[in-house]
Ligand binder design. Structure first.
Ligand SMILES: C[S@@+](CC[C@H](N)C(=O)[O-])C[C@H]1O[C@@H](n2cnc3c(N)ncnc32)[C@H](O)[C@@H]1O
Length: 281
């Protein structure tokens, strides 16, 4: 009997039946009009990473893309960062995600926000991307690499699709010094779908893959403070009805709890970085 590949297992982890109607119904229940959505309405689910929309804003500030640039968002999820980049800087963004359902919902939300002339989505695997060499000025990725075991292939593919002189902007969860992580976490219910590198391993790999490091920032502390504010808010106001539990299902509470423990106990670290594919290589 054929066994599931790591990508199949990751796909199953994020699979959610009737995702589009679940999201639209939850928006309506939260008093939002699905025909008049705003970026803020979607931020609780389309910024699927620690520190939410602020993390996207910080990383985008490091890049300062201009409107002529082509950007690829690897592991784009529901496309929140792709829409932010297109709306803020006017550039064209392609989102790539393993989940065809996420891509479909991302395209629908993008149409509702009237950004479909700038942002499109394609289903595919980051370790064999369906794009020609040197297609993009910027590759962007947030909280995706931890689901991908073959990191050399991942960064090799990213380097291949980047134009010479192009940049990779990443925001990832890495292994901290505190030991094995507590499961389940938002990206994995079990160790079989979690592949974390330590910061130094990532730095070495990026350098070996031919990138020049321009920005390297440890934002673990900011992640801890973000979670303590969130915990306080949930304690006083309760769990908001429109949030990541819509994507992660009933395990969400234990995932969020473990995410906080993993951060507090130094089992995970958060790194933001910008690295460049040299012009001559
Ligand atoms: C935690 S979510 C982050 C989504 C988005 N980057 C964000 O920050 O809102 C991880 C995403 O990576 C995608 N993903 C995981 N492995 C992938 C792979 N090998 N190729 C493409 N996408 C992948 C998942 O389907 C999921 O949408």
């Amino acid at each position: 009997m054929p066994t599931d590949t790591p990508a199949d297992k990751v796909h199953d982890h994020y699979a959610q039946r009737d995702l589009d109607s679940t999201i639209l119904n939850a928006l309506a229940a939260a008093g939002k009009d699905p025909e008049r959505l705003t970026f803020e309405d979607l931020a609780p689910i389309d910024q699927f990473h620690i520190r939410g929309r602020n993390a996207t804003i910080d990383l985008a500030r490091d890049l300062g893309p201009d409107k002529n640039m082509q950007i690829l968002d690897v592991g784009c999820g529901l496309g929140g960062a792709a829409r932010y980049l297109a709306n803020t800087f006017g550039c064209c963004v392609t989102g790539l995600d393993l989940s065809g359902d996420y891509c479909r919902v991302a395209a629908d939300l993008t149409r509702r926000l009237a950004l479909d002339h700038l942002v499109s989505f394609q289903q595919g695997n980051a370790i064999s991307m369906p794009f020609p060499d040197s297609s993009f000025d910027i590759v962007w990725t947030q909280h995706t690499a931890m689901n991908i075991p073959d990191k050399s292939r991942l960064y090799g593919e990213i380097r291949r699709v980047l134009k010479p002189g192009g940049r990779l902007a990443l925001y990832d969860i890495l292994a901290g010094p505190g030991g094995e992580i507590h499961f389940p976490v938002p990206w994995a219910r079990e160790p079989a779908t979690s592949f974390l590198l330590a910061p130094q391993q990532l730095l070495d790999l990026l350098t070996e893959s031919g990138f020049e490091v321009q920005v390297w920032r440890d934002v673990t502390e900011s992640g801890c403070s973000w979670f303590s504010h969130l915990k306080e808010k949930i304690r006083s106001e309760g769990l908001p009805s429109f949030g990541l539990q819509l994507l992660l299902g009933p395990d969400f509470r234990s995932m969020a709890h473990n995410q906080v423990l993993n951060l507090e106990e130094g089992r995970i670290a958060l790194i933001e970085a910008v690295v460049k594919r040299p012009v001559i290589c």
